[in-house]
Write a protein that binds this ligand. Structure first.
Ligand code: NAD
Length: 265
């Protein structure tokens, strides 16, 4: 169990999906939080968590792709809580299109939100972490790009693989200054993003896509946002104090099977 009591966490993309699940687990373990999202729904999430867990939560409605906004969000976090111990840089988007039809705008959206958004988050929080003598950053990469890919995911796969490189470089660059940087590589969790991808893949029967995902996972199901939140909590806590620059596959063994039909099962 991760101990986050009185830690200050900066969590992006917290209005829905995984970010909301991460925030809930952080609240359960006693963290104070700044929740950032494009959507004003993040304010309802903050109210729910304050009521349910008695933790202090503030919010910032803004775009991770906007560097000035991320700097302002980090500044407000430090003004309110005095420091920033953990950053969960989770906000991200995924748009599907055949590669030859993928517009430059769609490519750039992945670069702006997924790559620059995470970059901006790191540059916004690291000055506070340096000042206070350390911190932990957890980046939402994916199995997509670095390990596997499906057709139509070129923009997304490229952007998520880039985050593995960012994780490794920052881990080395800040190791002696006590800032740890790790990334998650999730297979699938059922979130608004995955429901939208299922709808784009099979508009008549999106549930068949979700069932197909589950059928390809040896554990037979998708992850829950809370299960992903537990990984983020461990990587943000002192319990993972010697872990940095690492990539954590969390996929119910989805990327492991070698040959369909082979073996004893
Ligand atoms: N769900 C999965 O199965 C899965 C798998 C691997 C990786 N991931 C990654 O996990 C992260 C979260 O995914 P999700 O499934 O919860 O997505 P989601 O679309 O369900 O939720 C994303 C949240 O981020 C917010 N957001 C989007 N763009 C933003 C921006 N520019 N600035 C601020 N907030 C923004 C949205 O408003 C939303 O609240 C993403 O980075 C995604 O790539 C998800």
């Amino acid at each position: 169990m991760a101990n986050l009591k009185d830690k200050v966490a900066f969590i992006t993309g917290a209005a829905a999906g995984l970010g909301k699940g991460i925030a809930e687990v952080y609240a359960k373990y006693g963290a104070k939080m700044m929740l950032v999202d494009l959507s004003e729904d993040v304010e309802d999430v903050a109210d729910e968590l304050e009521d349910a867990y008695g933790v202090e939560v503030i919010t910032y409605v803004g775009n991770v792709a906007d560097k000035d906004e991320m700097i302002e969000a980090a500044q407000k976090t430090a003004e309110k809580f005095g420091e920033i111990n953990i950053a969960c840089l989770n906000a991200g988007i995924c748009r599907l299109a055949p590669f030859e039809e993928m517009s430059d705008e769609m490519r750039d959206l992945h670069i702006d939100v997924n790559i620059k958004g995470t970059w901006n988050g790191c540059q916004a929080v690291i000055p506070y972490m340096l000042k206070q003598g350390g911190g932990a950053i957890v980046i939402a990469s994916s199995v997509t790009g670095d390990l596997v890919a499906d057709p139509g995911e070129a923009g997304y796969a490229m952007s998520k693989a880039a985050l593995v490189g960012l994780t490794k470089c920052l881990a080395v660059e800040y190791a002696q200054r006590n800032i740890r940087v790790n990334c998650s590589q999730l297979g699938y969790a059922r979130t608004p993003m995955v429901e939208k991808m299922a709808l784009e893949s099979a508009p008549e029967d999106p549930e068949s896509v979700i069932a197909g995902i589950a059928g390809n996972v040896p554990m037979g199901r998708l992850a829950t946002p809370e299960e992903v939140g537990e990984l983020f909590a461990f990587l943000g806590s002192e319990e993972s104090s010697y872990i940095t620059g690492a990539q954590f596959v969390i996929d119910g063994a989805a990327t492991l099977p070698e040959t369909p039909g082979m073996g004893t099962n």
